[in-house]
Design a protein around this ligand. Structure first.
Ligand code: GDP
Length: 196
C-alpha cells in the first residue's frame, strides 16, 4: 500500500510552522494513550514513525508525515494527561482549534479511541466539531484485542448509534495494532479521502 511510503516531514510547534497548505491532509486525533501512535505505525507499516514513547507535557507538536508529494498525515498532540497544567491544556486547545479551522487541505479526521474507554469528553468535542464543519470523521476503536469479539461488536454498535444522525459521513470500525486487525478497512477509507 501507498501508506508504507510515509515519511516524517517535521514537528510544528505552531500552526504557522506547518508545511505549505496544498494537496490533501488527514489528521489523527485522540486522547493520550488511546493508541494513536501505534495505529499510525501499523497503517504505515513502520515500527516507529510516530514515536510510541512520549513525555507528558511535551506533546504540544503537530507532527507531519508525507505519503505522496501532495498527500500528508498529521498527528495531532494527544489530549488528556491529568497532570498537564491548565495553561498548557488551553494552549493545546487553541492550537488544535487554529489548525482545524484554518487548514484548507484537511479532508478528514481519524479519531482514535481505546475501545475500553470510548467517547470521552474530548472525543465528543471532536465529533461535534466535525459535525459543525461538515468534515468527514472516521473513528478507530483500537485495542479491540482487549475485548472478546462480542463485547467489541457491542461497543462498535453503541458508538455507531450515539454518533449517528450527523449531516456528514461518520464511520466507525474495530482496530488492533497488536493483531493488525482492521488495517485494510482504514486503508480503503483513506484511499477515498485522499483520491488514491
Ligand atoms: P498514543 O499515546 O495514543 O499514541 O498511544 P500509543 O500508541 O503510545 O499506545 C499506548 C499504549 O497502548 C502502549 O502501551 C501500546 O503498546 C498500547 N497499545 C496500542 N495499540 C494497541 C493495540 O491495538 N492492542 C493492545 N493490546 N495494546 C495497544
Amino acid at each position: 500500500p501507498v501508506y508504507h511510503q510515509a515519511k516524517f516531514i517535521n514537528s510544528a510547534p505552531h500552526v504557522k510552522d506547518a508545511p505549505e497548505d496544498i494537496g490533501l491532509e488527514v489528521a489523527f486525533a485522540g486522547r493520550s494513550n488511546a493508541g494513536k501512535s501505534s495505529a499510525i505505525n501499523t497503517l504505515t507499516g513502520q515500527k516507529s514513525l510516530a514515536r510510541i514513547s512520549k513525555t507528558p507535557g511535551r506533546t504540544q507538536l503537530l507532527n507531519f508525515f508525507s505519503i505522496t508529494e501532495t498527500t500528508r498525515f498529521v498527528d495531532l498532540p494527544g489530549y488528556g494527561y491529568a497532570k498537564v497544567p491548565l495553561e498548557i491544556k488551553k494552549q493545546w486547545h487553541r492550537m488544535i482549534e487554529t489548525y482545524l479551522n484554518n487548514r484548507k487541505t484537511l479532508c478528514g479526521i481519524v479519531l482514535v479511541m481505546d475501545i475500553r474507554h470510548p467517547l470521552t469528553e474530548f472525543d465528543r468535542q471532536m465529533v461535534d466539531w466535525c459535525k459543525q464543519t461538515r468534515l468527514p470523521l472516521h473513528i478507530l476503536l483500537t485495542k479491540a484485542d482487549k475485548l472478546k469479539f462480542g463485547a467489541a461488536k457491542n461497543t462498535l454498535l453503541a458508538v455507531q448509534k450515539e454518533i449517528s444522525g450527523a449531516q456528514v459521513p461518520v464511520t466507525v470500525q474495530l482496530f488492533s495494532a497488536l493483531k493488525r486487525q482492521g488495517v485494510d478497512e482504514i486503508h480503503q477509507l483513506l484511499d477515498q479521502w485522499l483520491n488514491f
